[in-house]
Design a protein around this ligand. Sequence first.
Ligand code: ADP
Ligand code: MG
Length: 245
Amino acid sequence: MLKAENIKKSFGANEVLKGIDLSVEKGETVAVIGPSGSGKSTFLRCLNKLETIDGGSIEFDGEIIAENGKYKKDKELRPIISKMGMVFQQFNLFPHKSVIENITEAPVIVNKIAQKDAEAEAERLLADVGLSEKINEYPCNLSGGQQQRVAIARALAMNPKLMLFDEPTSALDPELTGEVLNVMKKLADKKMTMLVVTHEIAFAKEVASHVIFMDGGYIIEQGSPNDVLENPKNERTVKFLERVL
Ligand code: ADP
Ligand code: MG
């Protein structure tokens, strides 16, 4: 579903990604862990061109997104990237739009879905994330966990082939993380392909098919949750896990 090869990215003199190779198979949930500042968000953002790479290649769903550090033209890229859903740490809902308006906007405007059909789909997605009763609420009247579940429903409304999650529970009070992780677990059970940056080691152990540990712009260690989280081989992985567990 996704193949990134030798991804490099600098911000000025700060070389943040020093050659990242990562593949995600269809139906797989890949968890990315690593210390703050190790380039996890930057890597995710390069995949859908929220940031631009300096080197490397990205292939997604049989299409080339970037080759040798150069992205396809935006016009050709847009429909490809629209099949990657992204959920951010800070929910990023449109504050002046209701829950249903947040969910239907992109399907109607970008995918040209009929308003009625988009609304029916939004209702179905809201039921899936357990928020049917909030359909006409505004984001400011929702808890962080509810806002994040709406953000997930909004991403799913575009019928994505891959979901990117960037620390989706890091901004939440601890008692609200479970409801978001449960929604993500349900998605994984339904074989949605997911790339998840997270500090939730228990979630990664339970849900991920593959775990990546990033540090200093490199992938230091990767493998099954059992390999990386229970029997880490690299000293930096060991140290990181000691700190977060
Ligand atoms: P992580 O998500 O693993 O915490 P980030 O990808 O956010 O790491 O950041 C990696 C490094 O890149 C940090 O040193 C950060 O300061 C830098 N960085 C991230 N985004 C930008 C940006 N837009 N401009 C300049 N530096 C950035
Ligand atoms: Mg980050």
